[in-house]
Write a protein that binds this ligand. Structure first.
Ligand code: SF4
Ligand code: SF4
Ligand code: SF4
Length: 250
């Protein structure tokens, strides 16, 4: 596949799943209209969801999921050792995702409550960057199909990719979505990084902040605004904790 008459490099790519629902890697594979172009622009050498290939000669490794067991730490370190570029894909990989909520509990107690006499090995949830160096983070639960396709194009062509610096509200305004915050729904859109296309407000829900904070977001001002509109501090704190992206700001 040529671009401007130039044959781009076809990098060897691998996708690996850790603790997560595997929904982010499914985003790479779930649209037949563009799957062919994706497969033509990269050489997939290891991607359990779509291929029986399981080679270790990859240049780019996409990591789906967070790290919640010791064996995952060792596996991730081995992948980092082989990959030239390591990409954290999705909110689980970037922030710990919904799994990070378990860190607020006593793990032994929670394990016994869920698994009774057959406890499972588990450790506090960590984002990928808390275990190994990460070259690029792509947030979202799941990642946006359109955005990850653009990123793959940029990587293949060797062109730097820039995420939007503005909040989700701008995505809403672009598509004339009725503001849910104005209609009494708690919405983290004013402090969350855009780029998802604001599907939650378009579907009648407030934003839950799965993409983490937008650049220079003013969380204190947002807290004051939410309080002014009658939302309890506890409700806001719980929502900020949901995907783990606001942990450093809460
Ligand atoms: S970020 Fe969401 S969609 Fe992606 S693996 Fe985690 S839970 Fe699944
Ligand atoms: S619905 Fe939320 S994200 Fe959309 S404009 Fe209103 S506050 Fe912003
Ligand atoms: S609107 Fe908010 S919760 Fe929904 S996909 Fe976008 S960032 Fe995530």
């Amino acid at each position: 596949m040529k671009y401007l008459g130039i044959q781009p490099a076809r990098p060897k790519v691998a996708v690996f799943d850790f603790t997560g629902c595997e929904g982010c890697e499914l985003q790479l594979a779930n649209k037949e209209a563009s799957l062919g172009a994706f497969l033509a622009s990269v050489e997939v050498v290891n991607f359990r969801e779509i291929s029986s290939e399981a080679r270790d000669d990859y240049a780019i490794a996409f990591i789906d999921g967070c790290i919640s067991r010791d064996d995952e730490v060792k596996r991730l370190q081995a992948i980092r050792g082989r990959a030239e570029v390591l990409v954290a894909m999705g909110s689980c990989a970037c922030f710990g995702g919904v799994h990070r909520m378990k860190n607020a509990f006593d793990l032994a107690e929670a394990n016994a409550e869920v698994y009774g006499d057959a406890p499972k090995e588990t450790s506090p949830v960590r984002a990928v960057k808390e275990v190994v160096p990460v070259d690029l983070e792509i947030p979202g639960c799941p990642v946006s199909k359109a955005e990850i396709e653009r990123i793959v194009q940029h990587v293949v062509l060797g062109v730097p990719f820039a995420f939007p610096v503005y909040p989700v509200c701008v995505d809403c305004k672009h598509q004339f979505t009725t503001c849910m915050f104005e209609h009494g729904e708690l919405c983290l859109g004013p402090i969350t990084r855009a780029g998802c296309g604001a599907p939650c407000p378009a579907g009648g829900l407030g934003c839950w902040g799965c993409r983490g904070p937008s650049e220079d977001c003013n969380i204190e001002e947002f807290r004051a605004l939410a309080a002014e509109r009658g939302f309890e501090a506890r409700e806001l704190t719980e929502r900020l904790a949901f995907f783990g992206g606001f942990e450093e700001l809460r």
